[in-house]
Design a protein around this ligand. Sequence first.
Ligand code: SF4
Ligand code: SF4
Length: 375
Amino acid sequence: MLKLIDLKLDSILVSLQIVSKLDPDYICIPLEANTIINVKNKDKVAIGQKLTDQDIYAPISGKVENLELVDTYLKKMYALKIRNDFKETNINTQKKINSQKITKKDLQETLSNFNFAFDKPNLIINAIDDEYQYTQSFYLLDNYENILDLLERMATLLKIKIILALRENNQENINNLLTYRGMYPSIQIKIVPNLYLLGNDYCLQNFLQIEEANVLKVSQIYELDSYLKTKRESRDLYITISGNNVLNPCVINTYKGVSLNYLLENIKLVNQESDIYINSLLQGKKVNKDNFIITGDVKSILIQKKESLKKEERCLNCGACLNICPVNINPLLFKDQKYLAKVKDKCLKCGLCSYICPAYINFNKYLEEEEIDAL
Ligand code: SF4
Ligand code: SF4
């Protein structure tokens, strides 16, 4: 059984209103190397227009500008920039289909892109957010009917049992589900305690002790819904903005490809100096906000008061890192390259070993193959 932890983080008051930020001056679409671009500088594009040889479509209408080098969560990339003309010209006149029209063949074809194992009789939907995030909860809250209609359809067509896992403090979603329970008879609700790392699919499945199951996050069901109904990925996403330097924490619905600076425009700060983390403190990473572009892998933005980083000290051999690890890895052995290679895939990158360490040792550096001398 995994060790799960009550992190006792300061609770953050998040307004239950979702803030829409859908009027950016421009969008940057990061492109992988060797992508063939179908448009050129100054071309006018409409929403839904195919922009490259890959499945990349314009999320806004406007004019194409030069390629720009931008920072994304994973790496620096060249991005195609589109200046918004705010005309919302849309070439996509096709009407969205209703969940009831989705066929088994559609589902099977689309789910194969989500690494879905068709021989497993259960599907766990992970609606749990770890740390200072509310993103999965808000995907569900804001798209409640679409998501549950699709899940009910999946249960019928694929003959699977669906288990929707929610954290016990996710009161609004729990109330909705209990109110409309009769409309979705195939969806079983599991309410889980407020323990760290249940937002991780592997940990959740292990906690629920359901062996033969696929696990998908609510955000993936949202994407699946978009693929099934429009034949392309969604152009928008939800992101939690919170942290001890934020006066108005919120969940923002915005387009993929907007700049981080645009998202932060109406965020009120306690102090002007901040440290910004993408995808939270323990599992995410610190970024520089200038030139940073939001991609589909961004789930939250944590804005903390600027603090001088605690300097790493020598290891005290207290064993806390070893005891806290949910998958029984010994981080003290990370300096041994052979051991590191053996456990690297097993490591959940949960950050608990660094969180607990009284000597402030940052084990992420080992996992990213940087050398440190504290051990
Ligand atoms: S990050 Fe640390 S605590 Fe978490 S799984 Fe990896 S070694 Fe264990
Ligand atoms: S690395 Fe940190 S937590 Fe682990 S034994 Fe050393 S001092 Fe303790």
